[in-house]
Design a protein around this ligand. Sequence first.
Ligand code: HXC
Length: 258
Amino acid sequence: MAYETLILEHHETVLLIKLNRPESLNAINNKMLMEICTVLKKSSTDINVRVIIITGSEKFFAAGADIKEMEKKNSTEMYLEDYFTNEHNIISSYRKPLIAGVSGYALGGGCELAMMCDIIYATKTAKFGQPEINLGVMAGIGGTQRLPKSVGKSKAMDMHLTGRYMDAEEAERVGLVSRVLPEKDFQIKLIEIAKKISDKSLTSILAIKEAINISYETNLSSGINFERRKFHSLFSTEDQKEGMAAFVEKRTPKFSDR
Ligand code: HXC
């Protein structure tokens, strides 16, 4: 299936989604989010897709939600359309790992999309920001909630209230970004890392993502209890037997997702 706003590349079990609206620096419109959701829905039960990368171009990941699409809307329309709510929920509840590869601008909805992913890798040109205040609005797809959890209250307030950008070095230092990677062959490196994840047991991959995400929604003891039950349940898998046997036998495990 051809997409209007995305380019898809399959690299074995890694699916790379490239945002593709260069004329507007990958501004996220309704069509783009709907297409991302279509891809996620299709791949959610596809055993051949184990990890997804969302990336943009060298100069821009995404410069925000599409201001030209929103400009004329009033609050009743936004409320009735429930603007981006459904799409937010589909992306943020996706069960397989989502990696954001950010080079250049990740602003507003672009920063929020990156933060909906599980890991953010960046190049040194990355610029993160929540500049909606300059437009007389505020973040609307998770920016006021996810950014403070990632960088702390003071920096989140600073970014949302002043609209300033955070560069890659600062973003890595404060934990918004997992690693800053070289610009050269950035996409190849992203795929390499995604493949490393993809080679693990899918049962473990899904359980780890679910358990870490639970930590954002629950208290410590409930979260640890959830983790422990998941951990115990993994001992019913062939992958646990294989993984531990491979360690004892000093060989590389061959996981079967069972
Ligand atoms: C629509 C956009 C856009 C956006 C850029 N463009 N960002 N169109 N929505 N978010 C368009 C410009 O209008 C222009 O189109 C073309 O892309 C190139 O942009 P320039 O501004 O000429 O490029 P440059 O001078 O390099 O500046 C880059 C920039 C700037 C600093 C990133 O474009 C910028 O500030 N963009 C807006 C960033 C922003 O405020 N994002 C938050 C959006 S609100 P033409 O036709 O003139 O060539 C948001 C809310 C999320 O995200 C919540 C949703 C529920």
